[in-house]
Structure formats: structure tokens, C-alpha cells
Unconditional design. Sequence first.
Length: 383
Amino acid sequence: MSEVEREQEHQVTPLELFFDLVFVFAITQVTSLLAQNPTWGGVLRGMLVLVALWWAWTAYAWLTSTMDVDEGGVRLAMLASMGAMLFAALAVPGAFTHDAVLFGVSYLLVRLLHIALYAIVGRDDRDLLGAVLRFAPTVILSASLIVVAGFLHGDERIALWIVALAIDYLGPALFGRGRGWRIAPEHFAERHGLIILIALGESIIAIGVGARFDLVTKVIVAAALGLVVVSALWWLYFDVAAIFARSRLTQASGVAQAQLARDAYSYLHLPMVAGIVLFAFGLKTTLGHVSDELGTVPAVGLCGGVALYLLGHVASLWRSTGRIFRRRTIAGFVLFALVPAAIYIPALWALALVSAVCSLVVAYEAIHRRESRARVRHPELAA
């Protein structure tokens, strides 16, 4: 990393963590939405809401990586953005019903404040301001369409949401292609690592909510197995993979760095977060019905959620390092293959199978790759 890039680095601020607390609540709301409507339609609506919320959060991750927002009037604008995000999160359960307009208006305000803040940041940086101006039309159009969708009903509302999100996600890839954007790479990587940690915390919450007060032996075992899975997902991200990805991001520069940040983090961390949310939903259902067979949708959440997390992580690492992590890839497909079995066996046994697959991957990497792990985690010892 150059001296200029080092000067741009800064720590994640308390204000950013405070902002992320609202996103935590939003994730919890999405999981509750899935639990209240465990159908394919419910999953579609829940994932659409999550996709919208994620893109708003990652937009602010770019902003806060460009500058320290914990100063002066910018701090107040960030707090206003947090307030708008809170109202959007409150409206999540009714985002496709009675609170559709409230969600749309709150979401539009979140996105407009982001554009305004970025324009202020880039007013003395012609390249950055140009990137923001190229980015703004797709943001405003997309968020406005979600407001309009609030006045529609049924399939028309869902269709307009899909169009709006497609516009929002394709905008950065089609307009500008990374020109003008800049980040503090270590800060950017840390911020996304923290949000993965926060999302994993939602699975811990699901254990507590699912177990409730009926702490019989099977529920305790299920809670322990759920914790094993969450711990394995944490290990697979933070043990060496996060170090690999951060290293490649700091080594890149200019447009290449912006494109890598966009692809490996903004785009490819989404399936990881979505997988965690789906797993939390499946885990919550499992803890409430440990002796019963899971329905198709909760079974997909339990097994497919972890599979989506693993394959999303593999894709992110491939984009960062050019390497395919084979054992994680195999584990992802094995978990997808377990979905039919999870429908016909008791929920506790399905969770045990998911836990076994994740534990085997962690054990293999910890034991058979211990020397390479040590070199990555402690490069000073290998020097």
C-alpha cells in the first residue's frame, strides 16, 4: 500500500457501529418476516427486502471508507440517515402490505441522504464527484420505484420491486465501472467483516428466541448444535479467509481496487448475509419443533442457508484471490443435497447433519492446513 493510501486509512468509528445497530434490527425484522410467513412467497418478499437494505448499508460502507464521518455536520446527517433506516426497519414486516409506503419513503430518504453526503465529500475531488453523479440517477430511480410500488398490490408490487433492485444493482457495474471511487481498503474490509459478525449474531438471537423457556434436553442439544454451526461459519470467514481477501484488496489500487471492493464485498457478501438470515430462520423453526419434521421452506433455510453462505464466500474469495476453495464448495453442494433428507427426518437430526458438515470442513482446514494457516495468520514468524 502506498503512503497516500495509508494516510487515508482510519479506524471504524463508534458512529459507524451505532449506524450498524439499526441494520442489526433490520436483519432481525427480516428473519421475523420469514418466520411469520414460511412460504416461498414469504421467502421471496423477505429476500427482496434484505437485498434493498443490504445495498443501502453497503453504500454507506463506501461513504464511511472514503472519509471519517464522525465530525461536524456530517455526523448529524449520518444520524438522520440512521433515523430513516430505523423507520425502514420498523416497516419491514409490512413492507409488502400496510407499511409499504412508509418503507418506500424511508428507504428513499436513506438513499438521498447518502447521495447528498457523497456529493459533499466529493465537491473538491472531480473524479469522485463525477462517479457520484453517474451513480445518482440509478439510485434515485430505483428508490423512487419502491415508493411507487407501495401504491400497487400483489404481483405488480413484487415485479416493480424486482425492476427497482435490478436497476440499483446494475448501476455501479454499468456506469463508471469503478472510475473515480476510492476507499480505505483495510477499513472497508474490516467494516464488511463486522457486518458478517453482526449477521451471525442474528443466528445467536434465533437460538434464544427459538428455545424460549422450554429447555428440555432436545432443545438444549439443538441450541448447542446451532452454536456449533454459527461458530464454524465464523471460523471459516475470520480464521484465514478474511486475511487473504483484505491482503488482496490492500495490494490493489485505483480502478482495480474499486472493482474488487465492489465485486468481492458489495456484491458477493450479499449471498453470505442472505444465507445467514435463511439459516437463522431455519434454526429458529428447528428449535421450536425439534422432534418434528421440517417443512420444505424451513428445511431449505436450515441447509440451503448455510450452503448459500459457503458458496457466496467461495465466490468472494475466488474474486479476491483467483483460488477456488474446494472443500467449502463441496460442503455447499452437500448441504443443498441434504435438503430432501431434512424434510423427512426430525428437525434435530437435520441440524445435526448441518453441524457435522460444517465441523468437518473446519477440522480439515485446522488440521491438514495448519502450517499454511500459521503462515497466513502469523507472517512475522514465517519471515
